[in-house]
Design a protein around this ligand. Structure first.
Ligand code: NAP
Length: 210
């Protein structure tokens, strides 16, 4: 008799909603592990380039929900995130396999409780925050309703994005951890911007000496 497949051993079928800077990065990581993602965007034509690198373009958000098991939401937070969740939730309501679908939101300042509130048909929800750059740490927090097997599945998916995955028990600590991880990059960016402005003003002063 065939043994039941544990959820954690199921084949990863990743989907990405929103393929901007972060979605593209994640898609490339999956492709490098031969886990071709199915992606869906908002603006027709913007995803054509991705096809050449091995990603598949879903016909709609509904098709993406039906054909994938681990769905990463990579839209901006706020209005874009709410719209994407509305569409995904409608698709999920009709899906006979909804209990098998993991939703991993990458939206900043959005807790895992927010994700569950905007996706009421999803019970297996996560908040994920990759900090792209040196070492690319990734912070993950799971909703309390998530089963241990699905938590393991989510961890395995995140490990395809980066080996440096840290699970946090509360979704508020995810923001603190992200802020700390982003701080060096933010400081470097601020110093770079200030230095550019300083050089610009220096040139202007040399051009117009009093
Ligand atoms: N960039 C990073 O390093 C980073 C790191 C960690 C977390 N994040 C988080 O990741 C999210 C995305 O950031 P980003 O920098 O990648 O932003 P982005 O470049 O603006 O990408 C967002 C993408 O989402 C698409 N989109 C919007 N609504 C959609 C919908 N309903 N269905 C499908 N696609 C939709 C947008 O499509 P259009 O092309 O039509 O605008 C755009 O391509 C943000 O919440 C951010 O906080 C980003």
């Amino acid at each position: 008799m065939a043994m039941a497949i544990r959820a954690a051993e199921r084949v990863v079928k990743p989907g990405i909603v929103g393929v901007g800077k972060l979605g593209l990065y994640i898609a490339e990581q999956f492709i490098s592990y031969q886990k071709q993602p199915l992606v869906v965007g908002r603006t027709p034509g913007k995803l054509e380039k991705l096809k050449a690198s091995g990603a598949q373009i879903a016909a709609s958000h509904t098709a993406l929900v039906e054909e994938t098991n681990e769905i990463l939401i990579c839209t901006k937070p706020g209005k874009d995130f709410h719209q994407a969740c509305d569409t995904l939730n409608t698709a999920l309501a009709m899906s006979p396999h909804k209990e098998n679908k993991l939703f991993l939101s990458c939206a900043a300042a959005t807790t895992v409780e927010d994700v569950t509130r905007y996706l009421p048909h999803a019970s297996q929800t996560f908040s994920v925050m990759p900090v792209i750059g040196l070492n690319t740490p990734l912070f993950l927090s799971a909703h309390s309703a998530v089963t241990s097997e699905n938590r393991e599945r989510a961890l395995n998916v995140c490990k395809l994005i980066t080996p440096h995955v840290y699970e946090l028990t509360s979704s508020s600590t995810i923001h603190a951890a992200t802020t700390m991880a982003c701080l060096p990059g933010w400081l470097a960016h601020t110093i770079h911007t200030l230095a550019k402005q300083y050089r610009h003003f220096g040139r202007e002063n040399n051009r117009n000496p009093e």
